[in-house]
Ligand binder design. Structure first.
Ligand SMILES: [Cu+2]
Length: 652
């Protein structure tokens, strides 16, 4: 299992820093955090144009599914198809992309992972669940389901739980859980408070939409709970045919928000009962209408209250999906955005609409608190088929290449902006995906509305391998390099301190008022959902020094509630005045699939800027030891700062 990959290998120099900080805390009579600290993040390495896209290469498989496994490795999962790259005597349908070297390797995915779901367990092991039967040319059923026949030598993936202990060594491989799932195609996975995963919904055999002959309107857990049997879900039972990939979020209250077709409920897993909330207005948001969806940042300012945003999709009535006269590629998408705060109210609120109507749009959480919307089209839906009205096989049309940014803090009427953003270079239709990278850029890949590998000059929407990086406007700004971030975060527990120097504060001590420490889980991207994606801001205060524009930022651990952010790997960022540090991969929780320890929350010192001292003169600003240089040190920080001095001296 993946628990051996955390804490990640660390720099010896920082081990001594951690030890010094721990001793400093002891000196002040405080509880000691045991998590090692991390090397300060550096600066981003890419050279692309901020606000634009750059093609960084061609993937080995089409990026139907992808996720960030380590700071350096993005994993791709495709369906079985005739990708030209071979592995073990058959086409490859999974791969790993190393970001620093830009090298890729094919991976053996074992069974057909077509339209699987995914997420990460509390110990860091990724799951990829469900899929299609074994196939041959054109996605037609293979004559044997055990992987023994060509051309693709793939086995039935419908009950598979594929597991990956991601790694940086380039040698980790997918393996199958000995415990199968029920037969599920298009299931959703969400990680729970104990680091286990709930697997919801799907159909047994596939298709554009679901039907009662193959529906699997139930949920189960991994590792299995009780006797392992699935539990029926009334909302999934009542929302045919558009109940695939049900939109699901663990709420801070402990309930699970589930949105399917037009219906919305909160599922109480203690009693397996569902409480109905209002129907969603304006449009269907689940696959194949495939709106962009995202839980907005959970912050101290909103008291960690979850609001979920739904944008785009398509207004398709329940009896319309399979009507003979419904021709998706000419059907206009919706621009509607709505939001729901389910632990407070069961009613949706209107949000500023998208500038352009859109289906198959992905919403990607950025570390500056804003949200990137990209990919998709203005007409039609997800899905493909052999229909005379299809565009090739595509049920979607009119690609929307313009990305747009949503700012939750902007006033109503101006939440969306395209300022400084240029268009994508590649249409991203059905089976596209996107994920946040540690340096704050976004990897975008895929597009393959085809039953098998399909390319050529006459193909409007080919099997797409071109992989892009999207760069935020601040990509090339000098990034903060905070010292003292932890490699692991508890639920409650001792506060910790990070140090920002004058460069980190851009030479202005007032910027300490605009420091945000956040943990982001980028999630598992498929079908324009990022399962598990979430932004949680840690509570913080500061002691800053006007003499040399440096600061010690006092930071709380996660709130004492694993439903706010389930255990497992995530990225930590420190953002100063809207400019995020490069993110570091850390572990949230114990690193175990188990009930998480809940610790008392240590109070933070009140925020304080120590004013300039008359005639101090000697502050240099900048440099490694700026946090102490020229500072008139006040009481409680003496021990900490003197230890930091020793660390910087001995560690150089
Ligand atoms: Cu699909």
């Amino acid at each position: 299992m993946g628990s051996n990959s955390f804490p990640s290998p660390m720099n010896r120099r920082l081990l001594s820093a951690s030890f010094a900080l721990a001793l400093a805390s002891v000196a002040q009579g405080q509880t000691v955090s045991t998590a090692p600290t991390l090397a300060a993040p550096g600066q981003p390495q890419r050279t692309g144009i901020p606000g634009g896209f750059e093609i960084i290469g061609e993937s080995l498989v089409s990026a139907q599914q992808l996720f960030l496994g380590t700071e350096d490795k993005v994993y791709f999962v495709d369906k079985v198809e005739a990708n030209p790259t071979q592995i073990n005597g058959h086409p490859v349908w999974a791969s790993e992309w190393a970001l620093a070297s830009n090298k890729q390797r094919g991976m053996e995915a074992i069974t057909n992972s077509f339209c699987a779901g995914g997420n990460v367990l509390g110990n860091g092991t990724w799951l990829n669940v469900g899929g299609n039967q074994a196939v041959q040319w054109g996605g037609e059923p293979a004559s044997a389901q055990d992987g023994s026949v060509g051309p693709y030598f793939n086995a039935d993936g419908r009950t598979s739980i594929r597991m990956l202990d991601h790694c940086d060594e380039g040698d980790c491989e997918w393996y199958l859980s000995p415990v199968p799932s029920e037969q599920r195609w298009y299931p959703t996975l969400e990680t729970l408070q104990d680091g286990s995963i709930i697997i919801l919904g799907g159909c047994r055999n596939g298709g554009y939409v679901n039907d009662r002959f193959q529906d699997n309107p139930s949920y189960q857990f991994f590792p299995p709970r009780g006797n392992g049997e699935s539990i029926p879900s009334p909302i999934l039972q009542s929302t045919l045919p558009a109940n695939l990939y049900p939109l699901t979020w663990l709420l801070p209250s402990g309930g699970l928000l589930i949105q399917s077709n037009w219906a919305t409920v909160v599922l109480d897993l203690a009693t397996n009962t569902e409480k109905a909330l209002d129907n969603i207005p304006d449009a269907v948001r689940v696959y194949p209408a495939s709106a962009g969806t995202l839980m907005l940042p959970l912050t101290p300012a909103n008291n960690y209250t979850a609001t979920v945003l739904f944008c785009g999709g398509s207004n398709i009535k329940t009896d319309q999906w399979l009507a003979p006269d419904f021709h998706p590629p000419t059907y206009p998408a919706s621009a509607s955005c709505v939001k729901l705060t389910p632990d407070v109210s069961g009613s949706y609120q209107n949000e500023d609409p998208l500038p352009e109507a859109r289906v198959m749009v992905s919403l990607i959480q950025l570390p500056d608190g804003k949200v990137l919307a990209l990919n998709g089209g203005g007409l039609g839906t997800a899905g493909y088929g052999n229909n005379t009205w299809a565009i090739g096989h595509s049920y979607g049309d009119r690609p929307v290449l313009q990305p747009v940014i949503y700012d939750p803090a902007a006033p109503t009427g101006s939440k969306w902006s395209i300022d400084g953003l240029s268009a994508s270079l590649v249409p991203r239709m059905y089976h596209s995906s996107a994920v946040l990278l540690p340096d704050g850029s976004v990897l975008v890949s895929g597009s393959n509305p085809n039953p098998d590998y399909t390319v050529g000059p006459d193909v409007t929407y080919p099997t797409e391998y071109r992989t892009e990086i999207w760069y935020p406007s601040w990509y090339k700004e000098r990034r903060p390099q905070p010292k003292g971030l932890l490699s692991q975060y508890s639920y409650g527990g001792p506060k910790f301190d990070i140090v920002l120097d004058s460069d980190d504060l851009a030479g202005d001590v007032e910027n300490v008022k605009k420091v945000v420490v956040s943990i982001i889980r980028p999630g598992f991207s498929t079908h324009n959902m990022n399962m598990g994606q979430r932004f949680v801001q840690l509570d913080s205060s500061y002691t800053a020094y006007a003499d040399n524009n440096t600061a010690v930022v006092h930071v709380s651990q996660l709130p004492p509630n694993p439903a706010i952010l389930a255990p497992g790997p995530a990225l930590v960022f420190v953002t100063v005045n809207g400019i995020p540090s490069v993110g570091k991969m850390v572990m949230v929780g114990s690193g175990q699939i188990a009930e998480q320890p809940i610790l008392p929350v240590e109070a933070l010192a009140p925020a304080e800027i120590v004013p300039k001292t008359a005639g101090s003169g000697g502050s240099s600003g900048g440099g490694e030891n700026a946090a102490v240089g020229g500072v008139r040190i006040s009481g409680s920080l003496v021990a900490l700062l003197s230890f930091l001095v020793s660390v910087f001296v001995f560690g150089s």
